[in-house]
Design a protein around this ligand. Structure first.
Ligand code: MSP
Length: 659
């Protein structure tokens, strides 16, 4: 194994909800970089995992009627959970940490104690806003319109005993780190951190809570649990075995080469994290890269807005590699980008189906047609290269360096752009050389044609090597189709023009990236999203009970009677209303209008014995009078409103009082 080592991490995910395409974006990016490093011969450690503690998980579990551990187990390990998603997306993580793992908890307790003993953690009191109903503390900034962000109720001022980390002590050193090194990238994020957080004055950080218990217990002070971000950030070291016996990789892999994180958590990674490492006397990671967000219609993806995009649906519909590619190709890695299904389909059709897919299928088909599926040998040595040959081969020879420069600058979108410029050049080369015209006279042009085919295959091979970190499975298929042996797939070979054998035997195989019918796919996606949304709904919901009490006398004033349906018809010009003619035992017909046409056809109801409240004041609806109201039972099933009229035994006579 090589002595070149590379340790790369993704943020560990909150398993409070299922993951969406924004989470997949971050993990696919990290995976592509990890695969790129492995391709270069690095001994890579790629870590991901889940951040499972905290008040939010505790409240969600209690709302779901399960323990916090059962709650997170289901989202992490359960069907279509976090681990399943990473498997589906072909994520090649070497390790997966859960902050509820025993070894991690053990390390966090030791870390907390160490910082307490070195005087960087001290006891004080935490002032905040408290929501009585959720039993939750919030900071001023977490409130939504001054109210509890979870339940929307009023909050009150409150205080609890807590431990604090001396973040303020490290302000100067952290500022120096940010301003005078390449620790944080892109560079624009440095100003944001320094101007918004450090310059206004870094306050000490509250690092324990007593108002909830789902966290790592502070072992020397029962009742306190460690603040979730302290617990979470140290995962990058505990997963290597720091202060636990589970692994022994700290010396080998720490400091990390890069933490890839989303922009909203750059603050934690570039201020709090280095400060805590300084406190512990530990080496700092070499880099934090803060990528942008995938947005939907210019706004944040969120469960509350109901606009989250399910990566399972997209991967199953378009293929994992197409989705991975789209995410990396389309959005500049450091900036925000607007996600849309239209853009996804367009990228698949233009880049993958048209440009790359066609290059492979045309080339392999032509070698089949003109040379019986095997290059005739010696096709590299063509005595008289034309301008287009040189242009293509020079571009191909320099591709690896341009790609590497972009990848090393954490700009995978630029690396892919370089590859696709070459693919476009190769397609143009087919038009320029017109192999079909050459093939008309094989005696005169056979050698030239073989040379052209070789150039196309070799260009495709080089692109294939460099696309492997992004689309590993499809590139395996591509190599098989162009007849590339394993030594033609290495990093070194990507800079070595002429590696492919000139007796290669390509075969036209299955279409690597089938074209997507946009309209059909969009309609199917909409239907799938609707079905998934429905499936996620609770199977049965009933109306919440009314807390307000009704006194007995008031209740007794309501006059409920059995009524028999003599006639029933739809009210003209109304979608909802049915008009009932009822025998109420008085000898005079009673008319009631009821908005239940969505649930019943009139003819279903004639002859039935129903229950009505008959002493409501008459009301006019659509110009017709309604004298009372029919009783029904309502509930919601998988998000759909259900209604059943209360029907009683037909032996009950019309007018019988119900009490
Ligand atoms: N648990 C913390 C991380 C602790 S790391 C020590 C956390 N988890 S998270 O699940 O909320 O987010 C995980 C990552 O997903 C973050 O980097 C976040 O930026 C990223 N994304 C969440 N939504 C995103 C988009 N819409 N677009 C891109 N990335 C996004 O934060």
């Amino acid at each position: 194994m090589s002595d070149k080592k590379f340790y790369i991490t993704t943020p560990i995910y909150y398993p409070s909800d299922k993951l969406h395409i924004g989470h997949a974006y971050c993990t696919v990016a990290t995976d592509s970089i990890a695969r790129y490093k492995r391709l270069q011969g690095y001994d890579v450690m790629f870590l991901t995992g889940t951040d499972e503690h905290g008040q939010k998980i505790e409240s969600k579990a209690s709302a779901a009627g399960v323990t916090p551990q059962q709650f997170v187990d289901n989202i992490v390990d359960g069907p279509r959970g976090v681990k399943d998603l990473w498997k589906l997306m072909n994520i090649s993580n070497d390790r997966f940490i859960r902050t509820t793992d025993d070894y991690h908890v053990e390390s966090i307790q030791k870390i907390f104690k160490k910082m307490y003993e070195n005087g960087d953690i001290y006891k004080g009191s935490y002032k905040g806003k408290y929501c009585k109903d959720c039993e939750a503390f919030w900071t001023e900034t977490q409130l939504v319109d001054g109210k509890c962000p979870d339940c929307g109720r009023e909050v009150m001022d409150a205080e609890e005993e807590a431990y604090f980390f001396r973040l303020s002590k490290y302000a100067d050193r952290v500022q120096d780190l940010l301003e005078n090194t390449d620790f944080l990238e892109p560079r624009s994020r440095v100003n944001e951190m320094v101007n918004n957080f450090i310059k206004p004055g870094l306050e000490d950080l509250c690092v324990s809570r007593t108002s909830f218990s789902w966290g790592v217990p502070v072992d020397f002070d029962p009742g306190h649990v460690v603040y979730v971000w302290v617990d979470a950030l140290f995962n990058y070291m505990t997963a290597l075995g720091f202060l636990n016996g589970k692994y022994d990789d700290v010396d080998k892999f720490w400091p990390a080469d890069v933490h890839i994180v989303g922009k909203e958590i750059v603050r934690f990674h570039s201020i709090i994290w280095p400060a805590m490492l300084m406190s512990m006397g530990l080496p700092l990671p070499k880099k934090v890269f803060g990528h942008g967000w995938l947005l939907l219609d210019g706004g944040k993806m969120s469960k509350s807005k109901g606009n989250v995009v399910d990566p399972y649906i997209l991967a199953e519909k378009f293929g994992v590699d197409a989705l991975r590619f789209f995410l990396m190709r389309t959005f500049p890695f450091g900036s925000d980008g607007n996600f849309s299904n239209e853009l996804l389909i367009q990228t698949i059709n233009v880049d993958l189906a048209n440009d790359l897919g066609n290059l492979v299928s045309r080339t392999t088909a032509m070698v089949g047609k003109y040379f019986g599926g095997k290059l005739p040998g010696a096709c590299r040595e063509w005595a008289a290269p034309e301008a287009c040959d040189t242009e293509l081969t020079e571009m191909a020879k320099g591709l690896r360096d341009r790609y590497q420069a972009a990848m090393d600058a954490y700009a995978p979108h630029k690396a892919l752009d370089e590859v696709f410029k070459l693919i476009a050049r190769a397609n143009k080369y087919i038009d320029e050389t017109m192999p079909w015209a050459l093939a008309k006279d094989m005696d005169a042009n056979g050698k030239r044609l073989a040379h052209v085919m070789y150039n196309l295959l070799e260009t495709t091979r080089i692109c294939g090597v460099l696309l492997t970190p992004f689309m590993p499975e499809s590139m395996d298929k591509l190599f098989a189709q162009i007849g590339a042996c394993p030594c033609c797939r290495s990093w070194d070979s990507a800079a070595r023009w002429g590696t492919l054998s000139d007796e290669a035997e390509p075969t036209k195989g299955e279409n690597l990236f089938p074209r997507v019918d946009t309209e059909k796919a969009l309609a199917e996606l909409e239907a799938a999203a609707e079905a998934a949304k429905k499936a996620a709904l609770p199977p049965l919901e009933i109306e919440p009970y009314t807390e307000e009490k009704v006194d007995f006398d008031t209740f007794c004033k309501s006059d409920f009677r059995a009524v028999k349906v003599k006639a029933c018809e739809a009210v003209k010009k109304s979608d909802k209303l049915l008009k009932f003619t009822l025998d109420d035992g008085t000898g005079t017909d009673r008319q009631i209008l009821s908005g239940i046409h969505k649930f019943y056809e009139p003819e279903q109801l004639v002859g039935k014995t129903l229950v009505a409240i008959v002493n409501l004041p008459p009301r006019k609806m659509m110009g017709q009078e309604s004298c009372g109201m029919l009783l029904s039972a309502v509930h919601t099933e998988k998000g759909e409103e259900k209604l059943n009229l209360i029907m009683v035994d037909d032996a009950i006579p019309a007018g019988a009082k119900l009490c």
